[in-house]
Design a protein around this ligand. Structure first.
Ligand SMILES: [Zn+2]
Ligand SMILES: [Zn+2]
Length: 330
């Protein structure tokens, strides 16, 4: 589609001529008036052509790239409009205070109550935070608080960006706060409930009246327990005989030590699951996994050594399934 042809204007037509042509043609092909089968299609084309030529930026793009498709692709972003919305949202966000909070592993798992010190910005008492001694009506929106943005074919109403929708503008600044609306800073202690299951590096957001507190959680690591999602892992070193005969061993868990029954004949690296002994989060209940690691003694007493030498002779003749299969595959 050539928008110049559709509107019947020349390449150097002025905006006024383009508008005039558009008005005339859209009236002519309006489906309410024109019952001709091709009228609707023509009406659409006229609107599309005007969408391009009625906008200097799009028109320039069309002149440069020559095809409608490219123009549409190239220019199909209402970034200006969105950025205005975005900025508006940002402006209305409460200022944030970032605080770091270090907690123990157990506290992170079970949840805890912590006192968090923050330095809060209070409002100027004289002007109640408005920064103004006297107001006047906002000139941009005539005191209405709303402005209209023309984004063809839409007209969008949004809060006035000058007065943030209040309709008011500062006429005389408050002298007590130099117009910034801020009072003194106040040290404050917040009692914060840390929910069970928080992880290292998480940020908790606390919304106060005027500010948002972003609480960065730092979890001190546990000496033995390691967290993977909601599951906990502990590596449990055992002796060769414990692996052979089985044993009951104390291991750490949330809330204290517990007994782990190691079954006879467990292999090194064997994984034992303790159902529901992991971390309970909002979404799931984790398990505790004990990974068994057989430790080879590094120093041997004479008695120990004598017994092991005797054992090694017996073992050469006994049946080790994996040892045998490994040799067979060689
Ligand atoms: Zn003030
Ligand atoms: Zn305004």
């Amino acid at each position: 589609m050539n928008p110049y042809e559709v509107l019947g204007v020349t390449k150097d037509a002025t905006q006024q001529e383009i508008k005039k042509a558009y008005k005339k043609l859209s009236l002519e092909y309006h489906p309410d008036r024109n019952k001709d089968a091709s009228a609707t299609e023509k009406f659409k084309q006229v609107a599309e052509a005007f969408d391009i030529l009625g906008d200097e930026k799009k028109r320039k793009n069309y002149d440069q790239f020559g095809t409608t498709k490219k123009v549409v692709n190239h220019d199909f972003d209402h970034s200006d409009l969105f950025s205005r919305f975005f900025n508006q949202n940002q402006r209305q966000q409460k200022p944030s205070i970032r605080v770091q909070l270090e907690i123990s592993f157990e506290e992170s798992v079970l949840g805890c109550k912590k006192d968090v010190k923050i330095s809060r910005q209070t409002q100027c008492r004289t002007c109640k935070g408005t920064g103004a001694k006297e107001f006047e009506s906002c000139k941009r929106c005539d005191g209405k608080g709303k402005i209209n943005i023309n984004q063809h074919p839409w007209v969008i109403q949004m809060d006035c960006d000058l007065c943030d929708g209040s309709g008011k503008d500062v006429k005389i600044s408050c002298s007590d706060c130099n117009g910034n609306g801020n009072g003194e800073r106040k040290e404050e202690t917040l009692a914060v409930n840390i929910p069970a299951g928080v992880e290292n590096g998480m940020t908790l957001k606390l919304s106060l009246e005027k500010e948002v507190v972003l609480l960065n959680i730092l979890v001190r690591s546990h000496s033995l327990l390691e967290r993977h999602g909601a599951d906990l892992y502990v590596v449990v070193p055992i002796t060769y005989t414990q692996a052979v005969f089985g044993d009951t061993i104390e291991i750490p868990s949330i809330g204290g030590k517990i007994n782990l029954k190691v079954p006879a004949g467990i292999q090194s690296g064997g994984k034992l699951r303790l159902q529901n002994m992991g971390i309970k989060t909002q979404f799931e209940q984790g398990h505790l996994y004990a990974i068994v690691q057989i430790e080879t003694p590094s120093e041997l007493s004479n008695e120990h050594k004598a017994l092991l030498e005797k054992l090694s002779k017996i073992e050469k003749k006994s049946n080790y399934v994996n040892v045998k299969s490994f040799k067979d595959k060689l």
